[in-house]
Design a protein around this ligand. Structure first.
Ligand SMILES: [Fe+2]
Length: 374
């Protein structure tokens, strides 16, 4: 079923209509404390008086949410008989809300993630507070059980409705604004070249890339139009990776974030910036069942989508976006960093990459990505 988009312009009247037409009486609201800084919190506070809707807030979780928080949330949701789940926030709020929905109806005497989920049609509505992750469009969630990462993938996790509220973006710090947008751009590029790409995922990618390039300046100026369009682009890019998953750009970026303290989208863009030229020059090392000729055509089509005449021009255009945004390149702290980096790469994501990458290729790429003064 297609995801419904609710545009929360100014007075949130589209949300009123949603609640009325779906006969919503009680909302289970998943959010962090920062929710109170946003205009939408006042809207939710007014719902009891305005439409007679009760709100049950759930805030007892942290970034990188743990399994126990999800168990507590699922219990509270069940006991309070809420009609729908609404998550307002970034990754952690959305992941917790997805898991609460996914685990409804399972045996709570056993670990939820070891059971086969029972699909349900509980409405899950997500209001993303950045234009980047696209998590509001995907079947993926991550929670931690006893410190160990549990990657959850299930169609039941895909939100039924999304709220686009540009007010979230108004106060977003500049660096976060740039890095989240770069995350969305990398999602759309990586989905386009993924070995799992389909005609549908490519359409999502193409639309996302077009919207990002057309609205980049307006978004950077923090204009309403740019902000709304970037929310749309991030959502479309999310829909693309929901089909394809990400590739080597993302596989290589996670360790950069933990080692150098840079934002996820920043790290992904640094990797894509060197990966892309490497790939267009090595299509004979095809990892895609569709073969070298397909890859050459695909990279040419991607260049056209970028508004460029050649694959080289497209990769240069991507680099020039990073330069324009003043995206910093971290300095290598220690020569051992390269050894740690090359073993950090998730082999599953590398399998999605259109070009086969050896450990040595990855090592060379990290040397190109980072500034090495040693
Ligand atoms: Fe990402």
């Amino acid at each position: 079923m297609d995801q419904v988009i609710i545009f929360a312009h100014q007075n949130y009247s589209a949300l009123d209509s949603f609640f009325i037409s779906n006969k919503i009486q009680k909302v289970f609201l998943v959010h962090t404390k920062s929710f109170l800084n946003f205009k939408i919190s006042k809207y939710f506070a007014s719902l009891k008086e305005k439409l007679g809707i009760d709100i049950v807030s759930f805030t007892n979780f942290h970034p990188n949410p743990d399994y126990d928080s999800v168990v507590e949330g699922e219990k509270l949701f069940r006991e309070t008989n809420c009609d729908c789940i609404i998550a307002v926030g970034g990754g952690s709020s959305i992941d917790v809300a997805k898991c609460i929905k996914l685990y409804m109806g399972l045996d709570n005497n056993k670990l939820f993630f070891e059971q086969v989920p029972i699909p349900n049609d509980i409405k899950l509505i997500v209001a993303p507070t950045t234009a980047g992750t696209g998590s509001e469009a995907t079947r993926y969630a991550v929670i931690y059980y006893k410190g160990e990462k549990q990657s959850i993938t299930h169609d039941t996790c895909i939100p039924s409705e999304v709220i686009f509220d540009s007010a979230f973006l108004h106060t977003l710090p500049d660096y976060q604004r740039k890095s989240t947008m770069l995350d969305a751009l990398c999602h759309s590029l990586e989905a386009y070249w993924s070995v799992n790409s389909t005609a549908e995922s490519k359409t999502f990618s193409e639309k996302a890339i077009n919207i990002i390039l057309e609205n980049l300046d307006s978004y950077l100026r923090n204009e309403e139009k740019g902000n709304y369009n970037m929310l749309m682009a991030a959502n479309l890019a999310g829909k693309a990776i929901n089909i394809t998953q990400t590739t080597a750009g993302h596989a290589m970026c996670y360790k950069l974030t933990s080692m150098y303290g840079i934002a996820h989208g920043h790290a992904a863009a640094l990797c894509v910036n060197k990966l892309w030229p490497f790939m267009v020059n090595n299509t004979q090392k095809s990892n895609d069942a569709r073969g070298k000729e397909y890859l050459d055509n695909m990279f040419s089509q991607l260049a056209q989508i970028m508004g460029c005449k050649s694959v080289k021009e497209a990769t240069v255009k991507f680099s020039s976006i990073l330069q324009k945004l003043n995206i910093e390149i971290p300095n290598v702290k220690n020569v051992d960093d390269f050894d740690m980096l090359k073993i950090s790469v998730n082999p599953v994501r590398i399998k999605n990459n259109p070009i086969k990458l050896t450990e040595e290729d990855i090592n060379i790429l990290y040397h190109q990505i980072l500034r090495n003064k040693n």
